[in-house]
Design a protein. Structure first.
Length: 201
């Protein structure tokens, strides 16, 4: 058998990642096997292991690939200097996720995972270690705004960030699942303003 070139190996690696995303979305990460992924592109399990040591390694490579390609849409929030800027950033990020087919698929796959489970733990740790995710960005922004006196002193930034992050991810998931039935812009603006009013800001 001829020795593979670096370019061929990279093409195979990218095919494995695309196939893995499709299978993790279709079957669920917990149920999809490494063998399923390899067979999905006509490789032996051993050939798959040549590119990735394990299914968690494959998942982490998939997360890294998504961040390289779509980091602005999927990474933590940009620094916002006001609640309005935070709301606009949440909206822009949501629109980028739903506006890109690969982002939509990755977002849906992750939202179906139990990140508190043993199988989901590597991705949860990766998100934490790399300071990824909407929650981290919202919390950072709210804590900064609170320090600068732009939030009422009694507002619990962590609780507020949790509410806003859950609202955001739920609305993005609704848009991904139901498409035109969901007016993402109106829903995020309405939800954000309701949450901010409830905080008494």
């Amino acid at each position: 058998m001829a020795r593979r070139t670096k370019a061929e190996a990279e093409r195979t690696r990218q095919r494995i990642l695309r196939t893995a995303l499709g299978l993790f979305l279709k079957k669920g990460y917990a149920r999809a096997t490494f063998t399923d992924v390899a067979e999905g592109i006509g490789l032996s399990k051993g050939a798959g292991y040549w590119h990735f040591k394990s299914k968690p390694d494959l998942l982490m490579a998939l997360a890294e690939r998504m961040m390289e390609r779509h980091g602005v849409a999927l990474a933590g929030m940009c620094h916002a200097d006001s609640l309005e800027a935070l709301r606009d950033d949440l909206l822009a990020r949501a629109e980028r996720v739903v506006g890109n087919a690969e982002c939509r698929r990755f977002f849906k796959m992750v939202s179906q995972m139990d990140l508190s489970s043993r199988q989901g733990r590597p991705l949860r740790m990766w998100i934490t270690r790399h300071d990824r995710g909407v929650f981290a960005g919202i919390l950072r922004t709210l804590e900064d705004l609170k320090e600068r006196g732009r939030l009422r002193p009694g507002v619990d930034a962590k609780v507020a960030a949790t509410v806003l992050a859950v609202m955001w991810s739920g609305l993005v998931r609704a848009k991904v699942d139901h498409g035109p039935e969901v007016d993402l812009r109106k829903a995020i603006v309405f939800g954000f303003d309701m949450a901010v009013n409830a905080m008494g800001v």
